[in-house]
Design a protein around this ligand. Sequence first.
Ligand code: GRG
Length: 296
Amino acid sequence: MNLATYLQERKTYVEAAMEAHLAQCTEMPTRLREAMQYSLTAGGKRLRPILVTAAAEAVGGDAAAVLSCACAFEMIHTYSLIHDDLPAMDNDDLRRGRPTSHKVYGEAMAILTGDALLTEAFAVLSEPSVAACVAPEVLVVVIHEVAMAAGGAGMVGGQALDMLAEHRQLTLPEVEQVHRCKTGALLQAAVVCGARLARAERPAVAALRRYGAAIGLAFQIADDLLAIEGTTEMLGKKVGNDLARDKATYPAMLGAEAARARMHALGAEAVDALTDFDERAAPLRALARYIIERKS
Ligand code: GRG
């Protein structure tokens, strides 16, 4: 398979679905909808929604049937970026190559935009057209998985741990815990939810959970390496912020080479988790490689 073509096709597919959804959100204030649209359409790799569709297909499901769930993951991810960029957090001016939400809409509206995207994600996940096609017991499990990954035990909790750890010496297991929650939880849940909606058997879900955990941590190590070795043009955001804030990362703790070795080992672990899957998991295998080799 040609990964570049696959990624581009999937990106277009997911973006069209998000645009269509936003066009239907006519009951919210126009300015809020504009701000949601501004951040949602700013680009980005769309990795989480692509993982939802790839995982569904890996277990014999259909990408179209999990498209709402895919959009929900991108909405949650985008909300986290908006809030992460706020002056109270990372105070960044640039995201996805554009001025950050609070720079354009002001802090209060940026907070509300993040809140609305998070809430909208659950509306999309549970909208009647989805609920009509998915067994209620499956949908409830998926909604719970998303909530746990996004909330205090997952992404938000990881962000809190990260914040509390600034200027404090963390151990490597503590750094790993921060990464697994802050970044890994949502990536892992994207894979698991795609598979669950496609009615995957229990062993397949367990294998995909292992795959998701490995790519989740590898993704963050890759991100931390890019933060040292990348440029603003490549990444669409300011580089060097983590160093300035004295954040604990794998490269900072182990050095770039050892961090890279750990990242490659995690990539291999992810591919290994897919041993019992057939050719339909080819995109997931390619995505594991992409996550560690990406330049943005
Ligand atoms: C709830 C405020 C709040 C934060 C949650 C995810 C997160 C924690 C903060 C976002 C900032 C950050 C550095 C997160 C680590 C995960 C990460 C590298 C996000 C960037 O993801 P990409 O590279 O972004 O997939 P694109 O723009 O391609 O979608």
